[in-house]
Design a protein around this ligand. Structure first.
Ligand SMILES: [Zn+2]
Length: 304
């Protein structure tokens, strides 16, 4: 098990009032360091231009990397900003997924958790949006397909928001299965059950106040059986902790134990089909207490 992170991910600063703030990652790293003192920590490299271009347009790379921000912020969309160190953070956040995939497919670790920001799952091929600059999990999946030659990669996204970017990038690629639970209605207003891609997308939208029991039922009855039938060679997780009951941006009312349960269930499927190989990436989660509790629960289940 590897924890992959980079100091630059703490330096991306979208502004003093922004929910996606450096303190989020500091809370996760502090909690994991205290709870699991023997965890093996690794610094992520920068993703290369070629690795990013597998899923992103040259225009998006220009939007994120081509702007010199001397101070303050530059706005890319109503929620998404660049600060002086954002490009560096975005490169290392995407690079964490590359390093994690190389580690688990190279046999150096069975599992990896990428504790990085900015998050990624809203970024589409050509657009930074919803706090996300590059789609970190999509860059990781494309690396597993193109560099390592895998034929089946599953992405399980339990962030409370729909991973519209990840879905849009892979909805025509049957080598990738994308399954997601998310609150609806909620930003970004996609992820309806009738969005099926080429049969490789399964969405389980959940109403506000669903709670842990309904969340677990959705995964047990609708999403986990699809992952099982797909027989992924690698399981990727978009791990957002904003469905927790304390989160200020949503109302799904989960507890940390629900994340431990789902992570355990996903690891069991990886054990059956993927030699146990799981790469998880931090996405959302905006309450610091919930982030501490949930990251400890999630990584605890990855370690089990
Ligand atoms: Zn989210």
């Amino acid at each position: 098990m590897r924890l992959i992170t980079h100091p630059s991910c703490l330096a991306h600063d979208p502004g003093p009032l922004h929910a996606e703030r450096p303190a989020r990652l500091r809370a996760v790293l502090d909690a994991l360091g205290q709870a699991y003192p023997t965890l093996s920590w690794h610094e992520s490299p920068r993703a290369t231009r070629g690795q990013l271009l597998r899923v992103h347009t040259a225009d998006l790379l220009g939007d994120v990397l081509g702007v010199r921000v001397e101070s303050g912020t530059v706005q890319l969309d109503p929620d998404t900003y660049l600060s002086p160190f954002s490009a560096e953070a975005a490169l290392h956040a995407a690079g964490a997924g590359i390093a994690a995939v190389d580690a688990v497919l190279g046999g150096h670790a069975r599992r990896a958790f990428c504790a990085v920001r900015p998050p990624g799952h809203h970024a589409t091929a050509g657009t930074a949006m919803g706090f996300c600059l590059f789609n970190n999990i999509a860059v990781a999946a494309a690396h597993a397909l193109d560099k390592h030659g895998l034929a089946r990669v599953a992405i399980a996204d339990f962030d409370v928001h729909h991973g519209n970017g990840t879905q849009a990038i892979f909805e025509h690629d049957p080598r990738v299965l994308f399954v997601s639970s998310h609150q609806m209605p909620l930003y970004p207003d996609s992820g309806h059950a009738n969005e099926r891609g080429v049969g490789n997308v399964v969405n389980a939208p959940l109403p506000p106040r669903t709670g842990g029991e309904g969340f677990r039922a959705a995964w047990r009855e609708r999403l986990l059986p699809v992952v099982d039938a797909f027989r992924p060679q690698l399981l990727l997780i978009s791990a957002g902790f904003d469905a927790h009951r304390r989160d200020p941006l949503a109302q799904l009312l989960l507890d940390a134990e629900d994340y431990a349960w789902l992570t355990g269930a996903l690891c069991a499927l990886a054990q059956r089909h993927a030699q146990g190989r799981v790469v998880s990436m931090l996405e959302g989660g905006y309450d610091l207490t919930a982030l501490r509790e949930c990251s400890i629960a999630h990584v605890g289940a990855l370690l089990a």
